[in-house]
Design a protein around this ligand. Sequence first.
Ligand code: ATP
Length: 311
Amino acid sequence: MIHVEGLTKYYDDFCAVDHIDLDIKGGEIVGLLGPNGAGKTTTLRMLTGYFQPSAGDIQVKTHSIYENALAIKRLIGYLPESAPLYKSMIVYDYLDHVARIRGMSGEVKQRRIVELADMCALRGIMHKTIDTLSKGLKQRVGLAHAMMSDPEILILDEPTSGLDPNQIVEIREIIKKIGREKTVILSTHILSEAEATCDRIVIINKGRIIADGSTQQLTASKDGECQIQLGLMGVAAEEVVARLQTVPGVSRAMALGSDTPGIVRCSVVSRADRDIRPDLYAAVKATDWVLVELSQETRNLETIFRELTRE
Ligand code: ATP
């Protein structure tokens, strides 16, 4: 759906986004996670066509930004960090105004406003002045605005920034619902946000992508490898190590100390992009050893984030 190659942005001689390559499939919810100043907003603004890149290309479906930026804009709905709403209007009039700008009228316009009121849980506030709404409600109106023309891709810059915990959950639920049918890219510097909402997390720091994968992949791997521990009974550690080393995908196997009599513990290292736990299980099942433990070592996302982004 989206192909980004060598995307780069300079502000004068400062490089804010540095040769980003990214492929996003249709239907993914992708979280761009990074500390303040990492280059998230700049990246999103280039994706939406708001900023021209200094170098690199963005292709959305069959269109390149250099050949058909307008076609790309039509495919994208964008909610900037502070949704620019006409604060003196009531919600209904505002959405009606946005629909008219998008060329809708009559029944089509009416139907779309009702659909968005349902999708973004606005029914109870359609006749309230935007200025009187809480930040969470304003954000929902902004989301309805971004979704007005039913875009295939929704780009959200820090959608839960400044919201209270209840409002965060509400927005998250709406984003997940939208994500069942659309491609969603959102930026955040809140780890739990990315973890709870996104299928895939792209960690960005100093304008570069430094990690990319599902939460499970990111937390399981270190330097592209993951570690699995096994506990077994009825066998000597050397025999287990020799056997496990022959399992496809295993980079190395080693014996660990055991503090439980009768149980040997071993550790197996494999590449993170391949889950070899079923193969390990099959290898053990073919013997008469008793498997009492098979677990993948995990680190939480916060540890990974700190490891990757600290100075
Ligand atoms: P935040 O979470 O704080 O919004 P971010 O990851 O979205 O951060 P960007 O806003 O893309 O980061 O900024 C990346 C870098 O580029 C920062 O160092 C920022 O100061 C700088 N920057 C952003 N916009 C401009 C601009 N218009 N002119 C000059 N420098 C800019």
